[in-house]
Write a protein that binds this ligand. Structure first.
Ligand code: KIV
Ligand code: ZN
Length: 508
């Protein structure tokens, strides 16, 4: 197939989620999936259904939720994996099974202990098996870029003959050089006789920092599906960053010969920020397209040029990727209408009771902070968007008092409320936040370890909101929480409670 349409296959929720620090809950994955659909990805790999009951449930939930995007589940070339994938995507409007088998001699020998002939037979059988369970099947030849080219061409031909409508060529370990990968894809395009019946896809890893370059080179060679993740997250050094590939195609239309795609580039910033907020992993300031400095001009010469004509130093506009240049300011005189309308502009559609709840938080904040910027609003909303906790099980902060100084241990007294009942505890600590966390631990009577704690100012001014991120763990898992306040101790307790409520909900 050699049309002009590039299909974007997003694997943020599968390959991306496999990276340390990026695991997400079912609710978080579903929220990301909804945003990825708004971004316009053609295919969304929702997970690896056989990997765990949690993965299966997430894939199924996403399959039920998204409507226009194809939902894929990964599966090894084994009947039990394919069955799990098929069951998980069954309710999707457009389901796909993505099955894979390693094809390089190295993987065949040491990992699979299989001959090339046996691998070919497995591909034939398992693609056909998957085709029986789902109308759309993608086959990936893992470690394709280190596979003997003649053998790989036979694998691709076999997969297509058995019913795969997409065949993916991964550079699994990010080993290829760009020109080499271009030629490799071109060779497959010309040598596989039945390739007119399938779409050729690529999936590049970033071990040598070439994932995006290799993906674009493959497009030039004829690949028409590209597998990417938001921000390039993924195994080890990650995958090709979706936003970089798409903005490469858009900005250099002249070079890429007017290829088309369905990505709404104005949703890029929102999608990257949502991922960062959900996972608590910050976007590097110098990250292409989505980093805070991507459109900032610091040097005098650059500023002068941009003021004269932005094209001097900007090859794409911030607006084209959804970066808002102006932030609307709200304050204590702003009414609920202005507040809700601003939230809608920022992409939040809230239920009336949620909006009313947030509006009272907004008013309390506006009493302490003169001006409220979009970033403050987003932090406020996001700190409330957590997993669904049953109201009767939710611990809420009532009061706290802390005492600390440079010649004393810090003490904290915390009072929490749950289901109308208050409980109070006091604790000592090496600092006020630690003392407050110990008091919370005593109240909830559940031990946890603090895995991560971070605090950041949401905006630059002295009265800035502090946004606190905590990660805690118990025997069953890891839970994240977020809290915002102009008071960092209060923000810290709120973040901890946010994580604690998730932990207790899982355990109940
Ligand atoms: O990197 C890889 O080879 C993969 C496949 C499973 C597609 O992620
Ligand atoms: Zn991969």
């Amino acid at each position: 197939m050699n049309d002009r349409q590039i299909r974007f296959f997003d694997t943020t929720l599968r390959d991306g989620e496999q990276a340390p620090g990026y695991s997400m809950t079912l609710e978080e994955k579903t929220r990301m999936a909804v945003q990825l659909e708004a971004l316009g990805v053609d295919v969304l790999e929702a997970g690896f259904a056989i990997a765990s009951p949690g993965d299966f449930a997430s894939v199924r939930q996403i399959a039920r939720t998204v409507k226009t995007t194809t939902v894929a589940s990964l599966a090894r070339a084994l009947p039990k994996d394919i069955d799990a994938a098929a069951d998980a995507v069954r309710e999707a409007v457009h389901p796909r099974i993505h099955t894979f088998l390693a094809t390089s001699d190295l993987h065949l020998k040491v990992k699979l202990r299989m001959t090339r002939a046996a691998a070919l037979e497995r591909v034939r059988k398992m693609v056909a098996y998957a085709r029986n369970r789902c109308a759309e099947v993608e086959f990936s030849a893992e470690d394709a870029s280190r596979t003997d080219l003649d053998f790989l061409c036979r694998v691709v031909e076999t997969a297509i003959a058995a019913g795969a409508s997409v065949v993916n060529i991964p550079d699994t370990v990010g080993y290829s050089a760009s020109e080499e990968f271009h030629d490799f894809i071109r060779a497959i395009m010309t040598r596989v006789p039945n390739l007119d019946r399938a779409i050729l896809s690529v999936h590049c890893h970033d071990d040598l920092g070439l994932a995006v370059a290799n993906t674009l080179a493959a497009i030039r060679a004829g690949a028409r599906q590209v597998e990417c993740t938001i921000g390039g997250i993924g195994e080890r050094a990650g995958n090709a960053a979706l936003e970089e590939v798409v903005m490469g195609l858009r900005t250099r239309r002249d070079y890429y010969k007017e290829l088309s795609f369905n990505i709404r580039t104005t949703e890029i910033a929102r999608t990257a920020q949502l991922l960062s907020r959900i996972t608590g992993v910050k976007i590097a300031p110098n990250k292409a397209i989505v980093g805070a400095n991507a459109f900032a001009h610091e040097s005098g010469i650059h500023q002068h040029g941009v003021m004269a004509d932005a094209k001097t130093y900007e090859i794409m506009t911030p607006e084209s990727v959804g970066v808002k240049q102006t932030e609307l300011v709200l304050g204590k005189h702003s009414g609920q209408h202005a507040f809700e309308s601003r939230l809608r502009t920022l992409g939040y559609e809230l239920a009336p009771e949620q909006a009313a709840d947030l509006f009272s938080d907004f008013k309390a904040l506006a009493d302490r902070k003169k001006t409220i910027l979009d970033r403050d609003l987003v932090a406020l909303v996001e700190s409330k968007m957590t997993a669904r906790i049953r109201p009767e099980r939710e611990w809420k902060l009532d009061t706290f008092v802390v005492n600390s100084g440079n010649h004393m241990s810090a003490t904290a007294q915390v009072t929490l409320v749950r289901n109308g009942k208050t409980r109070q505890e006091a604790a000592l600590g090496s600092g006020p936040i630690y003392a407050a966390f110990r008091a919370v631990e005593k109240i909830i009577r559940h031990k946890f370890a603090l895995e991560d704690y971070r605090i950041e100012a949401v905006t630059e001014r002295r009265d800035a909101l502090g946004e606190v991120f905590v990660k805690i763990s118990d025997k069953r898992g890891v839970y994240r929480g977020r809290g915002v306040s102009t008071d960092i101790i209060k923000g810290s307790i709120l973040a901890l409670l946010n994580a604690v409520n998730r932990m207790l909900e899982v355990g109940s």
